[in-house]
Design a protein around this ligand. Sequence first.
Ligand SMILES: [Zn+2]
Length: 623
Amino acid sequence: MSRPFRSTRVVLCVALLLVVAGAASAQAPVSYRLTFPAPEHHWMQVEATFPDAGRTPLHVYMSRTSPGRYALHEFAKNVYDVQAFDGAGQPLAAVHSQPYEWDVQSGDGTVKVSYRVYGDRVDGTYLAVDTTHAHINMPAALMWAGGLDMRPIRVEFVPPAGSHWKVATQLHPTADPFVFTAGNLQYLMDSPAEFGTFLLRTFTEGGRTFRIALHEQGTAAEADAFAADVHKIVRQEGAVYGEFPDYEPGTYTFLSDYLPWADFDGMEHRNSTVMTFRGSLGNPEQRIEILNTVAHEFFHCWNVERIRPAGLEPFSFLHLNMASSLWLAEGFTSYYQTVFMQRAGLATMADTAQAYERVVNAVTNGSGRQVRTAEQMSQMAPYIDGGQPIDRTNWSRTVISYYTWGDAIGLALDLSLRERSNGRLTLDDFMRAMWRKYGKPGGPAEGLVGHPYTIDEARETLGEVAGDPAFANEFFRRYIQGHDVPDYRTLLSAAGLIVRPIHPGRAWIGNVRLDFSGDGADVDALTPYGSPVYEAGIDEDDTILSIDGRKMTSERALASVLAAHKPGDRVPVMFVHRDGQKVSATIALAADPRLEIVPVEKTGKTLTAAEQAFRESWLGPKH
Ligand SMILES: [Zn+2]
């Protein structure tokens, strides 16, 4: 099988790539024409033309992956009615040689491929065509040819008859409002398009122009208010780096689809993001969720798109990429999302404390931490980003999301830097240093990053920023490449946030999902490593008959047994395995480890001036 992106992968020499790009740009562009003969039936007609195809047969592919996603998707599954022609329109044989590949014997050097592609999922990964729009993620829609990946590209969007559709995309505009270009395949595939009747809102900040293409069923006033809040977030994020990237098409675009038939998603790209949500800006709770997605995705225009983890670059459309630093790429982005909501005045201290309570609990008490490190969780992305597989997995007890764990690491690192420097250094300084070293210098061609960072380079940069390589080495060794958890109680106390058990002194059998509708307590999910139930030999599909002689027929029965005991007590337990085997064992009750994070002023004590100042410097607006 031909693996065109493997050949790109070895061409890491900048000079050589420039030569390749320079030579390619003299060649005729690859072109696509997209038409929508029946949008109500959710399919798009694609005509792709590959001039000067060169070698024969030409290997034509549908992608198996999508930038921003980490698992396989096999987009060819929605493609049908594939036909190939030469430059004169004579039919050519197209052999469907792999699930995602067609091989076309070219006659006169030009290969034209036409096909239909079905799509009805509004999110950041797939294709959606309906009577209101075509919402196009390029890997889910466009075939490409091996060996032509540095060719310039032209895309023509043909509106359905009688429609008023227009295009929003990070592709480069031309004089024709329906024709756009890309410098190469990487940039094309990174450039989703919303083709429909959206509202457009524009603002400028820091010398850059930002556009919001809003496909929603709400009012113009809601769109205006949304744009104002997006602007606040953009301003706060720019303040971390002190500048915005050079957006290649001259603008950054938020492609926003908030519709009753959309799925939730947020997908980052170099100069745009796709944000979808089943709901509307008119609903206050949904609006906050939507703004959280804005805060997350926009930060990616630095962190991931330009400050790019090694392993994701160059992105392969046929094979899975794997990165060991998604705890930084995704996790720190999630950490900052919470920070920005507060800095932009869109969240309260209580909201922020609750967000940190969730991640601190997930990492402190998640049993996955015993068997995998944050770095190893990152390496799980190709498996877990594809959703739940057909076979059973034990991820509920062996995996903590790299978003969540990285969020908690970002929190600990920010607070540690502030604490050890008396507020002089922060995580913002680290991100700015990463930007200057790895992001800002750019790449050999648009859509490519010249120097993706390794995990060792991230550690060295932290050492430089902190002025203390030993601190950086220790932090990475314990919390990123090891299994330790930072001391959140001490770290958060500087900001007047109290970390304490939710149920102090309460006996606990473990985080276990029980269904009391049968003869006993059916265990409905895996029991976590090291929990009292796990140590007693109990697991998924078992039924707990009694604890301490009390029949387990209700939640209340369990609660009364626990109330009668204290942590450390050993009590008898009877349970039955799924094969009918009855077991009598002992369960050692533990102390409920779940934590809450509460602003000190909510606990009857006073917020000190020092705590107030720490909070202000950390979560106050930056101008
Ligand atoms: Zn993300």
